[in-house]
Design a protein around this ligand. Structure first.
Ligand code: GLV
Ligand code: MN
Ligand code: MN
Length: 398
């Protein structure tokens, strides 16, 4: 089946009524529907499907074994995300299996499609949670204690989804069986549009991390509290948002505040506390650290000036990832001199890249937009990406 036809089957799953696009967070009904869909599709192709200890789904062609060739991506999304970030890599993997089958190909070594859990960190805050757990980049207790916005822990959600939190965590046997990994992904920028090409080979992922700034003040009445008597945590939070943009520009980094939550959040209520999440990214870890240190200092100053306090917590950090040079060269040659592109977006491939020979393929996105409903890939480019992936799998798994 074509990759576009596979993606079309997901059109109605998890639509976001507020922003448009899709909200599919790990273990919520929409994401579970997608997991079921993947299981059905994989089983229909004769693949053996199971969930690992960390809720990542694996579909094996030829049974698990050493030196396996693995491809895949994720099915969860950011709030109101696009249709392609994640699902394109999963659908293309299924489409590539179909292409290989149609030519009578039989893998000479194990081949698997993986669907990683909670890649976006949209529910529990830590991106690539499934691949971090698998690779031991986050320990079981830390992951299990993560809470979603409703207070449910990852351990509780995993158990409700049929998993066993006591068995979550590093899985050296499964990880050690991966010989090579390739993730196909929609491009999250306009590099391929500018180059006039449908498919690229990835070079690197920008280092990135997430920090929570919690400003605490004095909850009070919006009408009855004179300005000079206020300790309003919204003010230092707002000043920190502006400072983030300034610091990023000065350091040639990227810094974003995409989530700001006053507690309790009422129009006529001075908040008691305000949480702000900072996403900061830069090629050098020292740059990202400098941006965060500077913002922490600024946030403390602004908090003091308003009679508030602030605590800063690092929720995740991923250093800049460079993909395997040998695989990059091999893919470039195999795919008709495909262009090389770096990305500012995080991926499970980045987490795996320090443990396993890893590579990525990008598919052209005519809007260049991602993490928003306008993300797009033309059907012809989805098929070009699938054909490229099939060529790679054929070479590696022969
Ligand atoms: C995930 O796509 C990220 O870059 O945050
Ligand atoms: Mn994403
Ligand atoms: Mn993604």
């Amino acid at each position: 089946m074509s990759t576009s036809a596979l993606l079309a089957q997901l059109d109605d799953v998890g639509r976001d009524p507020r922003r448009g696009g899709y909200s599919r967070h790990v273990f919520d009904p929409a994401e579970r529907d997608l997991r079921d869909w993947f299981g059905e599709q994989a089983r229909a192709r004769g693949l053996d499907v199971h969930a690992d200890r960390n809720a990542n789904l694996w579909a094996w062609w030829g049974g698990p074994g050493p030196d396996a060739v693995v491809t895949g991506s994720h099915l969860d999304s950011v709030p109101g995300g696009g249709a392609f970030d994640g699902p394109l890599g999963v659908a293309a993997a299924l489409g590539a299996v179909d292409e290989l089958r149609a030519t009578g190909f039989q893998p000479g070594r194990p081949l698997a499609i993986v669907v990683f859990a909670e890649e976006e960190g949209g529910r529990f805050g830590v991106p690539c949670l499934g691949s971090r757990l698998l690779s031991g980049s986050i320990d079981r207790d830390t992951a299990c204690a993560l809470r979603d916005q409703g207070g449910t822990t990852f351990a509780e959600a995993l158990r409700a989804a049929g998993g066993d939190p006591a068995r979550a965590g590093a899985d050296p046997e499964l990880l050690g069986g991966i010989g090579k990994f390739v993730e196909l992904h929609v491009e999250q920028g306009r590099g391929l549009v500018d180059l006039g090409r449908p498919v690229a080979v990835a070079t690197s992922i920008l280092g990135h991390g997430r920090w929570r700034f919690r400003f605490r003040g004095q909850g009070n009445h919006a009408g009855a509290t004179p300005l000079e008597d206020r300790s309003d945590p919204m003010l230092p939070a707002a000043r920190t948002v502006l400072a983030a943009r300034e610091a990023a520009a000065r350091h040639e980094a990227r810094a974003t505040v995409g989530r700001l939550v006053p507690n309790p959040g009422g129009t006529n209520v001075i908040a008691s506390s305000t949480d702000l999440w900072l996403d900061a990214r830069a090629p050098l870890d020292t740059t990202t650290r400098a941006v965060v240190a500077e913002l922490t200092a600024r946030a403390e100053e602004h908090a003091r000036a308003e009679g508030c306090r602030v605590d800063v917590t690092e929720e995740s950090y991923s250093p800049t990832a460079h993909f395997d040079q040998g695989l990059r060269a091999e893919l470039t040659a195999l795919l008709d001199d495909a262009p090389a592109l770096a990305t500012g977006a995080g991926h499970d491939a980045g987490v795996l890249s320090t443990r396993v020979p890893t590579s990525m393929l990008f598919v052209r996105n005519p809007t260049g937009i991602s993490h928003a409903p306008d993300e797009h890939a033309e059907p012809a480019d989805c098929e070009a990406g699938t054909a490229a992936l099939a060529r790679v799998l054929r070479r590696w798994a022969a």
